[in-house]
Write a new protein. Structure first.
Length: 122
């Protein structure tokens, strides 16, 4: 399972369109995702989305994706991220969680995340 951060508006548009896409798909050829790990997701959220409101976490079941997935290393960090190489079919999104920033603009994962992370590690 993967996680993807997006706006609630983009998710609503995806529901109307029948597929989820992101600007990075056209610009870079893939949709950025994170593994289901607190460390990786919070690092991305706090670096790229600090202070932004109106966000949601899409929890994506990799086995349900119709598009290919590549795991690619971020620079030479030894950390690999899943990249979805096409639009996300909606039935691959198994859960959508609100993702508001804290008052200081940083992110903490919602309570519902803990059960997702625990089940992904099994």
């Amino acid at each position: 399972m993967f996680a993807h951060i997006t706006s609630s508006v983009a998710w609503m548009e995806a529901l109307e369109a029948g597929l989820y896409s992101a600007p990075s798909l056209e610009a870079q050829g893939f949709i950025h995702c994170s593994e289901i790990s607190t460390e990786q997701l919070l690092a991305v959220a706090n670096h790229l989305y600090a202070g932004q409101s109106g966000l949601v976490l899409l929890l994506i079941e990799a086995e349900r994706l119709e598009a290919a997935v590549r795991h690619e290393e971020f620079e030479t960090s030894g950390t690999f991220f899943p990249h979805v190489c096409g639009p996300v079919n909606l039935d691959a999104v198994v859960r959508v969680l609100p993702f508001p920033p804290q008052p200081d603009g940083t992110f903490q994962l919602p309570e519902e995340w803990r059960e997702t992370e625990t089940s992904a590690r099994k």
